[in-house]
Design a protein around this ligand. Structure first.
Ligand code: NAP
Length: 296
């Protein structure tokens, strides 16, 4: 029997991925939406999460597809109302607010899922197995895209907490932390911040690897033309290039909803905060340069 789910925030990613993934999955029924400006044909819409929670006790799962800054308040409200919660990435604007949500979910006995869609991209699981049998020598991440194409007019990415180029960059970090059999930690970073903005438009990250491998990442939102989302991996037994594309996002989001369907069965939690921790470390350790002002 399918479960009732409500989707909060009918914006870019909700339309591109969440709605198709939910409607294609027999485990779920899209029972309602929460949106101040939009609606989905044939689905009840509420203007606020508060209104939905009050009106629909039958909906036990809430998926939040809103920007990261208002996410904590929404998640907290849903958890306090005893609902299972699924969070878009990144799971919060700070590590400690994610810990607060974890504690609350445990107290309430409900599921909390910090989704990392990029981990489900084609090639990741296979590369993880390949890497587990080899000694890593070097891993370079190149994550470059045009912010005007991928975040058209989204002012929130430039506001505190909006993460700037780390909004896509955290996808790469979610893959990195899933691929490597051992944890790495960031030891240096360089952040380029437009002079009229609060968050970086580009970042270089340098990680310490317990086996001495060189692990680095370059994120840049000033890319024009096609995006470049790739991992170049060198090991003692050969090299591998992992290239990613938007085409696999359909599969990624279907897997997220399949995973959520597993979690709610026994109110389990899946809350890996390592990608967000690396971002927080980059903001703590990063050298900053001021660059040209950015306007959409
Ligand atoms: P978006 O289109 O700018 O915003 C999504 C929706 O959130 C808006 O349409 C709005 O919905 C609601 N919203 C915006 N500000 C709000 C606020 N202050 N309070 C309550 N609701 C608010 O953003 P998006 O691109 O879909 O991204 C949302 C999340 O998905 C982000 O965390 C992003 O990292 C993640 N994500 C995005 C993409 C992508 O390709 N864009 C890909 C993967 C993951 P209503 O007008 O309906 O109220």
């Amino acid at each position: 029997m399918s479960r009732q789910i409500a989707l909060v925030g009918i914006g870019k990613i909700a339309r591109d991925q969440h709605i198709p993934a939910i409607t294609a999955d027999p485990a779920w029924t899209l029972a309602a939406t929460v949106s101040r400006n939009a609606s989905v044909d044939g689905v009840d819409n509420y203007r606020s999460l508060e209104a939905l929670l009050a009106a629909r006790p039958d909906i036990d799962t809430i998926s939040l597809a809103i920007p990261v800054q208002p996410r904590f308040d929404h998640a907290r409200q849903a958890l306090l109302a005893g609902r299972h919660v699924m969070l878009e990435k990144p799971p919060g604007v700070s590590v400690s607010e994610c810990h607060s949500l974890q504690t609350l979910a445990r107290e309430q006995g409900v599921s909390l899922y910090a989704t990392w869609h990029a981990r489900h991209a084609e090639g990741v699981a296979n590369a993880r197995e390949w890497l587990a049998l080899r000694r890593l020598k070097r891993l370079q991440i190149c994550w470059k895209e045009d912010v005007r194409v991928w975040h058209p007019d989204q002012e929130w990415v430039w506001d505190p907490g909006g993460l700037g180029v780390f909004d896509p960059g955290i996808n790469a970090l979610s893959i990195l932390t899933d691929l490597l059999p051992v944890p790495v930690h960031l030891h240096a970073a360089h952040l380029e911040v437009p002079s009229n903005r609060q968050t970086p438009i580009a970042a270089s990250l340098y990680f310490s690897h317990p086996g001495g491998a060189r692990v680095e990442a370059e994120f840049d939102w000033r890319q024009t033309g096609d995006p470049v989302w790739k991992f170049m991996i060198d090991t003692d037994e050969g090299s591998r290039l992992l290239s990613f594309g938007a085409a696999s996002m359909d599969i990624e989001y279907r897997r997220l909803y399949q995973r959520m369907a597993e979690l709610v069965v026994d109110a389990s939690m899946d809350m890996d905060l390592t990608p967000l921790t690396h971002v927080a470390d980059a903001f703590m350790l990063g050298r900053r340069s001021s660059t040209e002002p950015f306007f959409f």
